[in-house]
Design a protein around this ligand. Structure first.
Ligand code: AHG
Ligand code: MN
Ligand code: MN
Length: 352
């Protein structure tokens, strides 16, 4: 007996092995049947860029693309050859699509404008082309993080105003990890879905439908080398996880790759908390609001977790500049709430 169209539709969002392209097209159609498919098309271009970056990172040591360029970026960090490569691939594959009015990248001081020869669209894209790149020479997992907003300005082209939007206004966010396999995770605010690149067909296929992060975990992830640069509250938080003197009465285990996408993805699946608090050297935190904290915050909230500075929800922060940095505390809901309660108690003590 032939299957009906509706049976096929019902399965399509969760059926293992369906392609990323089909998934996003289907999701866009369900959410807004009248949509022209611009967001789906934009995501397919990001997917192509991800495949190219994935291919290049896999053979990096063979084609002399490891190591430093000798340049220092706007963040004051050394630029790896692969940072530059991934940044170029993202820009070249996205600027001509007609879906974007502006882009911004962790590697660029200013916004990236759409060249005049290309059409201007209704979305903005912010990205970290290669996250965790200081690990790349040691073959540790790195990734690309992306965040999409709808355009709000109305002039001929996009402006800073379009890029400097709060995280809660994102229409889509996600990341790609170039690890033992290449995995793409995305959300449009309706579930978090993970796809694994199948090299035999060259497609991302659904492997992790509707990811929900555990509401508490056993892992804390932090660069403890910063301990003596932290204030009393941050030290108290980490002591609580290590000692077992926390809301669960349980000592946590430590896992820290030093590559945010890898640390985040592991904790998303297993449960746990990632922390990069402010310290003496990074007085506003180290991680970037627009290309790092916001997209991962959007993903984690849609998987049932939380993202906070310790005192404020990440997605509520008004970005003050392109490279605005924030303290980041992200992961399982109860673990993040526990950290927020320590920050709140410290604030109360200071006020009294
Ligand atoms: P990027 O490689 O994009 O510059 O990001 C590096 C970030 C992030 O991936 C990681 O969580 C963090 O820096 C690690 O910082 P520390 O080396 O200070 O622990
Ligand atoms: Mn990064
Ligand atoms: Mn980076």
């Amino acid at each position: 007996m032939a299957r009906s169209e509706s049976t096929i539709e019902n399965n399509s969002q969760t059926r293992l092995g369906i392609s990323f392209s089909e998934h996003v097209a289907d999701q866009q159609h369900r959410l807004s049947p009248a949509a022209r498919g611009d967001l789906s098309s934009l995501l397919r271009h990001i997917m192509l860029a991800a495949k190219i970056i994935s291919r290049e990172t896999r053979k990096a040591a063979l084609v002399d693309i490891l190591g430093l360029t000798g340049k220092i970026n706007v963040q004051g960090e050394e630029v790896q050859k692969l940072d530059d490569y991934a940044d170029d691939v993202m820009i070249r594959n996205l600027r001509y699509t007609g879906h974007l009015c502006a882009m911004s990248s962790e590697e660029h001081e200013d916004i990236i404008r759409i060249p005049e020869r290309y059409a201007v669209g209704n979305y903005t894209l912010t990205f970290d082309p290669l996250d965790g790149s200081s690990n790349i020479d040691a073959n540790v997992g790195v990734g690309t993080i992306f965040s999409i907003h709808r355009r709000i300005s109305s002039g001929p082209t996009g402006t800073h105003q379009d890029i400097l939007q709060r995280g809660k206004n994102q229409v889509c966010a996600g990341y790609i990890i170039y690890g033992p396999s290449t995995i793409l995770v995305y959300t449009t605010g309706h579930g978090v879905h993970g796809f694994t690149l199948d090299p035999s067909v060259g497609e991302f296929l659904l492997s992790h439908p509707d990811i929900k992060t555990p509401e508490e975990g056993n892992i804390y992830s932090v660069n403890e080398g910063n301990y003596y640069n932290w204030d009393e509250t941050a030290r108290q938080v980490i002591e609580a996880f290590k000692s077992g003197k926390n809301y669960r009465g349980k000592a946590y285990t430590s896992r820290y790759v030093g590559s945010l996408v890898s640390d985040f993805h592991r904790n998303l699946l297993y449960g746990g908390i990632f922390l990069y608090p402010a310290d003496n050297k990074n007085t506003s935190g180290k991680l970037r609001l627009l290309p790092e904290a916001n997209p991962l915050g959007f993903v984690v909230e849609n998987a049932g977790g939380l993202a906070s500075t310790g005192t404020q929800r990440i997605l509520d922060i008004e970005p003050k500049r392109l490279h605005h940095r924030v303290p980041l505390i992200i992961g399982s809901r109860k673990d993040v709430e526990f950290v927020e309660s320590i920050f709140a108690a410290a604030k109360e003590k200071d006020a009294s």
